[in-house]
Design a protein around this ligand. Structure first.
Ligand code: AMP
Length: 192
């Protein structure tokens, strides 16, 4: 199963991906996590990305695609993957489709987690307190939501045009949301 998780910052993509990876037995690939690891390790790429991330803007397509290509070349993605945080704009979407076409592994489905903005702001404030993410300040959150609406919403429309988008209500108990996502997946998921 090759699944893309879409949704605004704070919609619960990372949390849900953690549950889903156990259920579907495929790795969770988060470009945000890959970037945060590069920042933490102090690599040249990480240093370049940090300022952009701290401002709530998108790291350059080239940097993120390079990291993703490397991750997708690892053996554990043969069974599929859950992609969280990528693609963030239409250019990334096109790059992903090209890359996956080359290895004959197209995206099966995109799930968009829908959560009202008031709840998002509340959730991110909670996450800021718990995890201390530098990009979880109110101003940065506003910028990330703006970037999402402007650049990432069109990605959902793109998958919708291909008949691959399922919109899932992301409000409620974590397990209920996971259940809704699993119910929205194509029937072959059991053998993925
Ligand atoms: P996330 O954990 O997915 O919310 O990502 C945190 C931050 O990492 C984002 O606000 C961006 O600055 C950066 N980032 C993550 N994924 C991407 C991506 N696909 N393209 C560009 N920047 C990204």
């Amino acid at each position: 199963m090759r699944l893309v998780l879409l949704g605004a910052p704070g919609s619960g993509k990372g949390t849900q991906a953690d549950f889903l990876k156990a259920e579907l037995r495929v790795p969770h690939i988060s470009t945000g996590d890959l970037l945060r690891a590069a920042v933490k390790a102090g690599t040249p790429l990480g240093l370049k990305a940090k300022t952009v991330m701290d401002a709530g803007q998108l790291v350059s397509d080239d940097i993120v695609l390079g990291m993703l290509e490397e991750r997708l070349s690892q053996g554990d993605v043969r069974s599929g993957f859950i992609l969280d945080g990528y693609p963030r704009n239409l250019a990334q979407c096109e790059a992903l489709e090209k890359l996956l076409a080359r290895i004959g592994q197209p995206i099966d489905i995109a799930i968009k987690l829908e959560v009202p903005s008031e709840l998002i702001v509340e959730r991110i404030a909670g996450r800021a307190a718990a995890q201390g993410r530098v990009d979880d300040t109110p101003e940065t959150v506003r910028e990330r939501l703006r970037v999402y609406a402007e650049q990432t919403e069109p990605v959902a429309s793109h998958f919708a045009r291909q008949g691959k988008l399922q919109v899932v209500d992301g409000v409620g108990e974590l397990a209920d949301v996971t259940g809704r996502i699993l119910a929205a997946l194509p029937p072959e998921r059991a053998s993925a």
